[in-house]
Design a binder for this molecule. Structure first.
Ligand SMILES: Nc1ncnc2c1ncn2[C@@H]1O[C@H](COP(=O)(O)OP(=O)(O)O)[C@@H](O)[C@H]1O
Ligand SMILES: O=C(O)C1=C[C@@H](OP(=O)(O)O)[C@@H](O)[C@H](O)C1
Ligand SMILES: [Mg+2]
Length: 189
């Protein structure tokens, strides 16, 4: 059960899975959206880190990306089998066809679509993303965005981020957009 506003109880009968590029705000907006809908929130990267007792960066360094991707699919499988929640994925999760199939069966997928400048502004300070530890991280981000955008576009819903919005404002707008797109899923009790 959930509520978008005080006194407005809703039932959430499917997972909501956020996909999109690094820095799009999946982790930040996902947590806020879950609070609003009164459902649990899980970030798949955080789950992988807890299970491995290592940071994403350490996992990439020690075991490589292929190992990380296998753990990511395992974690998503487990989370999707549970009760409805908001799940924020890592930016590469939706790119794997196997994960898209898993997610599509059990969830509404939402692409947090953001322009390159906004993404870069948000990720450039933080050394936590191993894929951006390159000579030209902005160029890497641009290339990944170009390659991945058509695949993110396969998500059930596209949410256009605005650089001027706060996380809270984005979560409010996203909750409204989801309710409009899937009124049955967020039915008022
Ligand atoms: N409108 C906004 N939407 C999303 N994130 C925002 C916004 N404004 C500022 N931020 C900040 O940008 C960062 C987004 O990073 P994060 O949520 O980790 O993205 P992702 O999980 O998609 O890589 C966070 O630090 C968040 O607080
Ligand atoms: O785009 C990607 O392939 C990745 C995105 C990261 O998550 P965020 O999108 O939450 O930064 C994390 O899963 C890992 O560094 C790989
Ligand atoms: Mg994240």
């Amino acid at each position: 059960m959930g509520a978008t506003r005080k006194g407005e109880r809703r039932k959430v009968d499917r997972h909501i899975v956020l996909v999109g590029m690094m820095g799009a705000g999946k982790t930040a907006i996902g947590a806020e959206l879950a609070r609003r809908l009164h459902v649990p929130f899980t970030d798949s990267d955080a789950e992988i880190e807890i299970a491995a007792a290592m940071s994403i960066r350490e996992i990439f360094e020690r075991d490589g990306e292929a190992f990380f991707r296998a753990r990511e699919t395992q974690v998503l499988t487990r989370l999707l089998a549970g009760r409805p929640r908001v799940i924020s994925t890592g930016g590469g999760a939706w790119i794997r066809a196997e994960n898209r199939d898993l997610i599509s069966h059990r969830a509404m997928s939402v692409w947090l679509d953001c322009d390159l400048d906004t993404l870069w502004h948000r990720v450039k300070q933080r050394p936590t993303r191993p894929l951006l530890q390159t000579e030209d991280p902005r160029g890497t981000l641009a290339r990944l965005l170009e390659q991945r955008a058509p695949i993110y576009g396969l998500a059930d819903l596209t949410f256009k981020g605005r650089s001027s919005d706060t996380v809270e404002a984005s979560a409010t707008r996203l909750a409204t957009q989801i309710a409009e797109a899937a009124p049955k899923m967020l039915e008022k009790r």
